[in-house]
Ligand binder design. Structure first.
Ligand code: ATP
Ligand code: LTN
Length: 330
């Protein structure tokens, strides 16, 4: 049996989008079903790097947990938990920040993007965000990290920190690898197809939320930015159309060649409708399941509490080892 350990996280920073679903959540399910040991975490400490409404943050964390369950995460097979409930994450983060160079953090593209987007709030947490992410990953002996391609750089930094620490103190951390889907690793915004689709985008037409109603999904696809050629082809010069084609392929299982051949001679309206229909078909059962799970708060609270307990048990083993090796305790 494959004993690989899987860890991944999602921020409760908005309503999860098609990008989160294709780039991450689908693979979370796949890896769980391949009988690997999985930890899936709602990273509310990471979400704090951008201002959050205190009344909304916990509610959104619980809703995100419900959505993960609706997408197929099975609490019997995976440990599903909320990051702030396992204090070891923040503790290890401090230690690892002493093994991370400013030069490394300066190179992180997400920090550059987010500082440009939130120029009124370039806080230290935004800067050290990748160290907390490394702690999330390294606490659990993680081998595989299923993420979208935007997170590859952060996982590589976690690898470098693990290798550096192991060299100094002896074998302590497993060295993780990113696990990125071949198609759909970067779903683009429907309004600005040269930018990634993001749940915290101010323009809701730029993303499809997993919970969007079918008529909203159809409307958003209709409004998606394309170009004036009206030729359905996959090319870097046609980012809008290429994004729609990639979404269509991901949700139908067709190859790009099959998709392009199937749309030959047809207009953009046709592609938008076909993509919307494929997305709706896959999301509809998830949406019903989500509503059912949210209707049973006692069940949900129980899973979150048990998840934190299980995660804490594992995390403490690593943290104790780190404290011992570094002389923070005897
Ligand atoms: P925010 O916009 O608030 O920064 P986000 O939408 O980028 O959030 P996260 O919660 O940070 O989402 O990411 C959860 C997972 O979804 C990560 O593995 C990330 O790589 C993946 N992901 C996010 N956006 C996309 C996208 N557009 N395409 C593919 N994967 C994505
Ligand atoms: N940084 C990620 C979310 C995240 C994560 C993690 C992903 C936090 N900790 C650990 C994988 C593993 C993001 O912004 N998408």
């Amino acid at each position: 049996m494959d004993k690989k350990i899987v860890f991944s996280g999602i921020q409760p920073s908005g309503s999860p989008t098609l990008g989160n679903y294709v780039g991450a959540l689908r693979n979370w399910n796949l890896l769980q079903d391949e009988k690997r040991y999985c930890y899936y975490c709602i990273v509310n400490l990471h979400a704090m790097t951008v201002r959050q409404d205190p009344g909304e943050l916990y509610k959104r964390s619980v809703e995100t947990a419900a959505l993960l369950l609706a997408c197929g995460i099975d609490p019997e097979l995976s440990t599903l938990f909320i990051q702030s409930q396992v204090k070891e994450h923040a503790e290890l983060s401090w230690v690892l920040s002493c093994f991370t160079y400013m030069g490394e953090l300066n190179r992180m593209t997400q920090f550059k993007d987010k500082s440009a987007k939130h120029s009124d709030n370039i806080n230290a947490g935004l800067y050290t965000y990748p160290v907390l992410m490394a702690s999330d990953i390294l606490l659990y002996g993680t081998n595989l990290v299923p993420v979208g391609s935007d997170q590859k750089q952060h996982v590589e930094l976690a690898r470098d920190i693990a290798i550096r620490f192991n060299k100094l103190y002896g074998e302590t951390f497993a060295v993780p690898e990113p696990y990125i889907p071949k198609v759909g690793g970067r779903v683009m915004s429907l309004q600005e197809p040269d930018k990634k689709m993001s749940k915290s985008d101010n323009n809701p037409n730029s993303y499809i939320a997993v919970m969007d109603e079918p008529d909203v999904i159809i409307k958003k696809f209709k409004r998606a930015v394309t170009d004036s050629e009206n030729v359905i082809a996959y090319s870097p010069e046609k980012p809008g159309v290429s994004n729609l084609l990639s979404i269509y392929c991901t949700f139908t299982g067709k190859t790009m060649e099959e998709a392009v051949a199937g749309f030959e001679g047809k207009g953009y309206g046709h592609l938008k409708k076909a993509a919307a229909e494929a997305v709706i078909a896959e999301l509809s059962p998830i949406q019903s399941e989500y509503k059912r799970i949210l209707g049973d708060m006692a069940y949900l609270d129980d899973i979150i509490e048990k998840g934190a307990r299980k995660a804490r048990e594992r995390a403490l083993v690593t943290l104790n080892d780190v404290y011992k090796k570094t002389g923070l305790r005897s």
